[in-house]
Write a protein that binds this ligand. Structure first.
Ligand SMILES: Cc1cc2nc3c(=O)[nH]c(=O)nc-3n(C[C@H](O)[C@H](O)[C@H](O)COP(=O)(O)OP(=O)(O)OC[C@H]3O[C@@H](n4cnc5c(N)ncnc54)[C@H](O)[C@@H]3O)c2cc1C
Length: 413
């Protein structure tokens, strides 16, 4: 352990922890970012494959017009791609016949209207209560929810879903959002390969037990995913039952991306949207030629992603090849090859993709974010009231926690 006594420990070097440590470090506050992995970024992770930067985790600057990662990327000299997101474009007709698409879009508009009204009820119902029983599009709505939230509508609180704030502007970073987020941590004091197991807040100072020994600190920002608290991988002494309960009701859904090469890619438009199937929930979404590259990015969510994760990496390609063969014919399989997939649910330091609140637990985000004794502070996308499940929500929560630390220090001095 490089340092065993610091003023502030930040647990977890994802978007939230990096943003928190950046602010503290730049304010000349003695802090140490303690990260379980051997890299920064967490669920933000750009890898280079075939010469292309690929975002295995977050890739989109959602609400890009007010997303702080955009300015950070620009300051780093990265390039912002402002072209329209595939999901805002007409899908390829062979994958979604136009008359059916119109029917689906009308049904979807009325589903979201009902969902908005449902969220105003005093009871915090599951989003699936907004389904029209027997509607032929309900399974495809579930597929959509599995991409948006990582789970089917029945598992998601309508109030929580309704609190998400989206400006509707979605841009990307050519060099990768994961690369931008990791680079924002450059120069910070970090202990890598150092999972925190327990935080003892019973004494005058905090004792943070890690895989590399104990660290003593005055304050800590906990910016690890809620799955770590919910599973007990990261615990507190004395226990914090309200945090445990909040974390248990803010599970991370399942979402995974598979990147594939595509031969004769020029046959397709850039950022073309292709549906796998339109009659079921267990179907992937396909983005052909992201950024004009000769690739396909397949997106798997919810129960479909969970089932494929259990079968291993190869299952994702088999599933995608079978779906795309149904759309384009059997010869299509020979045009695609798998490059890379990451199973976020099996990732020991994520254990899922992004958070949603269970029905009845919409207020858990606030409970999770609440400081304890003015020395334990909480951050991470799950703590964000309106931008949860995103990298910018994570950043904002990290900044908020760092500002709380600074305010607590000032009161103490
Ligand atoms: C497939 C996928 C697609 C996504 N797409 C988008 C998108 O397009 N746009 C968007 O905005 N968001 C997207 N997201 C969500 C976004 O990636 C996350 O919301 C965000 O990165 C979370 O940041 P965080 O700091 O809260 O958590 P994390 O990134 O999970 O960071 C937490 C850190 O804590 C570390 N850690 C865990 N346990 C411990 C421990 N015990 N001790 C020390 N360290 C620990 C982890 O290793 C990790 O580095 C996507 C996520 C996935 C998985």
């Amino acid at each position: 352990m490089a340092r065993d006594d610091v003023e502030v420990v930040v647990v977890g070097g994802g978007a939230a922890g990096i943003a928190a440590a950046r602010l503290l470090h730049d304010a000349s506050i003695d802090c140490l970012l303690v990260e379980a992995r051997s890299r920064l970024g967490g669920r933000a992770w750009t890898v280079i494959e075939r010469g292309y930067p690929l975002d295995l985790g977050c890739g989109w600057l959602h609400s890009a017009d007010r997303n702080p990662w955009r300015g950070i990327a620009e300051a780093q000299g990265a390039t912002i791609d402002r072209s329209a997101a595939p999901w805002s474009r007409q899908p390829l007709e062979v994958s979604f016949p136009r008359d059916e698409l119109k029917d689906y879009q009308e049904a979807m508009t009325s589903f979201f209207d009902r969902l908005e009204r449902l969220a105003q009820h005093p009871s915090d119902a599951p989003c699936s209560d907004a389904f029209l029983p027997g509607c032929r599009w309900n399974p495809l709505f579930d597929a959509l929810s599995s991409y948006i939230s990582g789970a089917e509508w029945e598992f998601i609180s309508a109030k929580d879903y309704d609190r998400y704030d989206d400006s509707g502007i979605n841009w990307r970073i050519v060099e990768g959002l994961g690369a931008t987020i990791a680079a924002h941590g450059a120069g910070l004091p970090v202990a890598f390969d150092c999972p925190v197991r327990n935080i003892d807040h019973g004494g005058n100072r905090l004792r943070i037990e890690t895989a590399q020994g104990a660290i003593t600190a005055d304050r800590a920002i906990i910016a690890a995913p809620p799955t770590m608290l919910a599973t007990g991988a990261l615990s507190f002494t004395p226990a914090l039952p309200e945090k445990f309960e909040a974390a248990q009701n803010l599970p991370l859904g399942h979402d995974d991306k598979l990147f594939m090469t595509l031969d004769h890619a020029e046959e397709f438009d850039t950022d073309l949207r292709v549906f796998g199937h339109i009659d079921r929930a267990a179907t992937a979404g396909y983005n052909f030629r992201p950024f004009g590259r000769p690739l396909i990015e397949a997106y798997f969510g919810g129960a479909c992603a969970a089932a494929l994760e259990a079968q291993g990496d190869a299952a994702f390609f088999d599933f995608a090849a079978a779906e795309l063969s149904d759309v384009f014919g059997n010869g299509f399989r020979s045009r695609i090859k798998p490059i890379r997939v990451h199973r976020w649910g099996a990732d020991p330091f994520a254990r899922g993709a992004y958070s949603y609140a269970a029905p009845g637990f919409a207020d858990c985000r606030q409970t999770l974010a609440e400081p304890v004794e003015n020395r334990l502070f909480f951050a991470g996308e799950a703590c964000s009231p309106h931008d949860f499940s995103t990298a910018h929500g994570a950043l904002q929560s990290g900044v908020a926690a760092a500002e709380q630390v600074i305010a607590a220090r000032m009161r103490a001095h």
